[in-house]
Ligand binder design. Structure first.
Ligand SMILES: Nc1ncnc2c1ncn2[C@@H]1O[C@H](COP(=O)(O)OP(=O)(O)O)[C@@H](O)[C@H]1O
Ligand SMILES: O=C(CO)[C@@H](O)[C@H](O)COP(=O)(O)O
Length: 472
């Protein structure tokens, strides 16, 4: 290691894995990385995330002067009076609280009442609905609960040696359903309404606050939700909208003012810097591609090859990719559908193409919803594991209808957490300026030139037609 270099560590504790980057605090250059997988499933014991963090961070965290955690949003972690985990955490993609979301919506006076109160229209993803589910379905567990926190809060608390006071940040708090981004404050009345009684919640730390120290003495910054972390890790220009293709598909942009979408398509989250992060999320993104590859007896590279051999529009084959139910549109019990099977479209190539197009069309609808909220969409910044797919890159600009910028391969949530750690360490008014390296920019039309077939508008029209016919 070079002497004199200040190192900071960023942690991305996301759905499928924990990823750690060790970064030069001045330049943002990555010095070292680590990774450990998470267990599968939509309920996971938070101790497994802590084990993964220690494995992924082994040999890295000790070298850092500051650390921060970006974590999958919304997961319900409940602790008892001794700080023991009461039950496995219910994750953002667990749909069992869909009924609770409907009940709570009615109890407060409808979707608009929730949008006004906390910037969200309730779906099963949000923590408050999981608290209602817990109170209704597991009264013995509910009775033991003393405090509720989010995945990144739990890991921050563990890193700090389990202090008396746990902390969160405004970005992640804004995804609970009991914190208002417009008023910058908790709504304990809504938490009590959902759970039937009060429950402890973490203190919301300031964006650049040092909230504790690791055993090796590194400063711990507040951390944030993984999408807020990615926003911090990408140097966004006005007009940039991020599309992240991880386990979830997300569409988001930084905004100076809070966004309230009474249709519920755009969630009015806060970001990690004091601004706002309107966001659309789907439950089905990168794993649509891996499931399709498995079905076709190939790997991800094979899926790319097949998809790029098919014409745009997949000879009329459309995949509605609701393999894990769906959140946007709000169809928690939905399953996927294949529409338009003919002898011409029933091939491995068209199946692969339909998977890529279906996944992207759902997110293109999300981009339109952002436009409807007044968000400028001049270009898409494409990140997440599936941004590495050649087929996704070829199709994305046509489907989104604007240029698509793919940053150099990297862990942008972890990088954002590292940038927050560097900010807290430097105690400056703004985060450090780190340059964003771009891998490629794809313009609409470039994909069509190579494969022929339908144009992006036709691909989206076929998708919209199938969706409205099957899910009116
Ligand atoms: N070249 C690729 N093509 C398609 N999918 C990919 C590729 N590389 C990685 N992925 C997928 O990306 C996902 C992981 O992305 P990531 O953004 O790290 O997810 P998360 O943050 O939800 O854990 C996995 O489902 C993996 O299969
Ligand atoms: O629920 C949301 C956003 O509201 C998801 O984006 C989660 O934050 C999980 O993210 P990934 O593991 O897919 O990165």
């Amino acid at each position: 290691m070079m002497t004199g270099m200040t190192l900071v560590a960023g942690i991305d504790s996301s759905t499928q894995a924990c990823k750690v980057v060790l970064v030069d605090a001045d330049s943002g250059a990555v010095v070292d990385t680590g990774r450990a997988d998470h267990p599968d499933g939509t309920e996971v014991g938070p101790e497994a995330w802590w084990d993964a963090l220690r494995a992924a961070g082994d040999g890295l965290l000790e070298r850092a002067d500051a650390v921060a955690v970006g974590g999958q949003q919304h997961g319900m972690v409940v602790l008892d009076a001794d700080g023991a985990v009461v039950r496995p955490a219910l994750l953002w993609n667990d749909t069992r609280s869909a009924g609770a979301a409907r009940e709570l919506t009615d109890e407060l006076g409808g979707a608009g009442a929730w949008a006004d109160a906390v910037g969200l229209v309730l779906v099963a993803s949000f923590t408050v609905t999981k608290l209602r589910w817990l109170a209704a379905h597991e009264p013995a567990n509910a009775a033991r609960a003393e405090q509720v926190m989010l995945p990144h809060d739990y890991l921050t608390w563990q890193l700090a040696g389990r202090p008396d006071e746990a902390t969160t940040d405004r970005g992640d708090a804004s995804g609970t359903g009991y914190w208002s981004a417009a008023n910058e404050s908790y709504r304990p009345d809504l938490l009590s309404m959902a759970f039937g009684r009060e429950l402890g919640v973490p203190r919301v730390a300031a964006p650049a606050e040092v909230v504790g120290r690791t055993p090796s003495g590194a400063a711990i910054a507040a951390g944030t939700g993984d999408n807020m972390g990615a926003a911090l890790g990408l140097t966004l220009e006005p007009g940039d909208v991020v599309v992240s293709l991880g386990t979830s598909g997300t569409v988001f942009a930084v905004s100076e003012s809070p966004v309230t979408d009474v249709t519920g398509t755009v969630a009015g989250f806060a970001d990690a810097t004091g601004r706002h992060l309107p966001l659309v999320a789907t439950l089905n993104a990168a794993r649509v591609l891996s499931a399709t590859a498995t079905m076709l007896g190939t790997d991800l590279a094979g899926l790319d090859r097949l998809a790029l051999e098919a014409p745009a529009g997949a000879n009329g084959l459309v995949l509605l990719p609701y393999l894990d139910g769906e959140r946007t549109p709000d169809l928690p019990g939905a399953t996927g559908s294949l529409v338009g099977l003919t002898r011409a479209s029933m091939t491995p190539q068209t199946m692969a193409r339909a998977a890529v197009e279906g996944m992207l069309c759902g997110l293109a609808d999300g981009v339109d919803a952002m436009r409807a909220q007044g968000v400028a969409v001049e270009r898409i910044v494409l990140v997440g594991g599936a941004a590495q797919s050649a087929a996704v890159r070829a199709v994305a600009a046509d489907v989104f209808g604007v240029p698509v910028v793919v940053p150099a391969a990297g862990e942008y949530v972890a990088r954002g957490a590292a940038r927050q750690a560097a900010w807290a360490l430097a105690a400056t008014s703004a985060p450090p300026e780190w340059e964003l390296a771009v891998d490629t920019t794809v313009h609409p039309g470039a994909g069509i030139e190579t494969v022929g077939g339908a144009d992006g508008t036709q691909v989206r029209a076929a998708y919209a037609e199938a969706r409205s016919r099957l899910h009116p």
